[in-house]
Design a protein around this ligand. Structure first.
Ligand SMILES: [Zn+2]
Ligand SMILES: [Zn+2]
Length: 439
């Protein structure tokens, strides 16, 4: 296998991290339904008084515990303080009492250190000093009570938009407001998993991804039951399949991080099947191209070059289509915007130049991203073709990649930093490959 390591090297800036690509579950367009009242904490409602007491016992909210102890006024109603800060989002997103300092996700397999700080077992396992207080860690004890509260929190809060203010990326709360509870819960679980895997806690990540998968499978079953006897694949079914495919890919990433080759392949292949079944939606196709490349990389590592090249080629084909579609969309939107502008110039209503500029920047970034994905695919396939002895084809692909990158050069300064870095890395890689002696 050692002779193959060279073959497995791929551009670091390929950008195919699960974080960026598993966007099938990101909060989407809000649907009409009433958001939960922010002042009412369903966690407390579900737990009765036990929530606060148990949380205080677990050391989760010392302030709340102190308040309860210091104010024994029997007539006064118990303050409606959520042990997890639910409803106190005026302070903005923050790490709550049940967050692990190390993975920034909610505890998984919670343990308490000798100094009394809590972490995920998987996160703190190798640490000698407590990251919170610096004390030597002489013992770690499981804390099932706290873990149970965390699970309860997820169960009760995950369907609400308020949790996104605390947990989600900026602006996510508005997007999930009104989102159906199950959908929001699946997205939330995915976010927890992505955070955990980004910091290397694969045990936590896998647990959350699996919960997300179960949630989606239930949704799928419910939709299929509702529409049994219906004709073709419904859009709703396709959307859920697309998300399930993305989650399978994330589970594959967990296995890969743990060095489990069989599990990785199984999940990636499952992801490919689900995404193929999801139809020709651009989001599904984009995710499919990523999964095809991942299966291809595994085949490549196992020395199955022909199979790898075939998979890379399929991904490349999809990305050609995606780039063309993105560019067409950009033109259509540009025209629509120009027309709107002409009408408004002569009318009394003031335009919104900021919003228009933002939309234009988003369009450019989408095109740039699609072109970079395609260039990465060209490079990947070129590497495999070269190893197979098809040097003319490899050269053609490298020229294609170079052309794509050169065309992006002019507008690059206005693009997001991530895309700029990716461009630089791909350009360097393609240059090195073209200069490298043929094997
Ligand atoms: Zn952790
Ligand atoms: Zn400590």
């Amino acid at each position: 296998m050692s002779g193959r390591t060279e073959a497995c090297v791929r551009p670091a800036a390929d950008g195919e991290q699960p974080l960026e690509k598993a966007k099938g579950l990101n909060p989407g367009t809000p649907t009409a339904s009433s958001p939960p009242a922010a002042s009412q904490c369903p966690f407390l409602a579900g737990m009765g008084g036990v929530g606060v007491a148990a949380a205080a016992e677990a050391g989760a909210e010392p302030a709340a515990a102190a308040r309860q102890g210091a104010a024994p006024d029997a007539d006064a109603p118990a303050p409606a303080v959520c042990p997890l800060g639910f409803g106190s989002s005026a302070q903005g997103p923050r790490l709550g009492q049940f967050h692990c300092l190390l993975c920034k996700s909610l505890f998984f397999d919670c343990v308490v250190t000798s100094c009394g700080h809590r972490y995920c077992a998987g996160c703190i396992r190798d640490a000698r000093d407590c990251p919170a207080c610096g004390a030597d860690i002489t013992s770690l004890a499981p804390d099932p009570q706290t873990q149970e509260l965390v699970e309860r929190y997820i169960e009760v809060h995950a369907g609400s938009s308020t949790i996104w203010e605390l947990e989600g990326p900026p602006g996510a709360a508005q997007k999930v407001e009104g989102m159906a509870g199950e959908r929001s819960r699946a997205s939330f679980l995915l976010q927890l998993g992505l955070r955990a895997i980004a910091t290397g806690n694969t045990g936590s990540a896998r647990h959350r991804f699996q919960a997300c998968q179960r949630q989606l499978q239930q949704q799928l079953a419910a939709v299929q039951q509702q529409t049994s006897g219906g004709g073709s694949v419904l859009p709703e079914v396709a959307v859920i399949q697309c998300r399930l495919g993305a989650v399978s890919g994330c589970l594959g990433d967990c296995c890969r991080a743990e060095g489990d080759a069989d599990g990785t392949l199984r999940h990636y292949q499952c992801s490919v099947e689900l995404l193929r079944a999801a139809g020709d939606d651009p989001e599904a196709q984009q995710a499919l191209s990523v999964s095809l490349n991942k299966v291809g990389e595994l085949r490549h590592m196992q020395g199955e070059l022909e199979a790898a090249a075939e998979l890379y080629a399929q991904a490349l084909q999809l990305r050609r289509g995606l780039l063309a579609a993105t560019q067409l969309q950009r033109e259509a939107q540009q025209q629509a915007q120009q027309q709107a502008q002409q009408q408004e110039d002569s009318g009394p209503e003031a335009r919104e130049p900021a919003a228009a500029a933002r939309a234009a920047a988003d369009r450019e970034a989408a095109c740039c991203s699609a072109a970079l994905d395609l260039a990465a695919s060209c490079i990947k396939l070129a590497g495999a073709r070269r190893e197979l002895g098809g040097d003319a084809e490899a050269q053609e692909l490298l020229v294609e990649a170079q052309g794509l990158l050169a065309r992006l050069e002019a507008g690059l300064a206005g693009q997001p930093p991530l895309l700029q870095r990716k461009h630089a890395s791909l350009a360097e890689y393609v240059g090195a490959m073209m200069a490298a002696p043929q094997p």
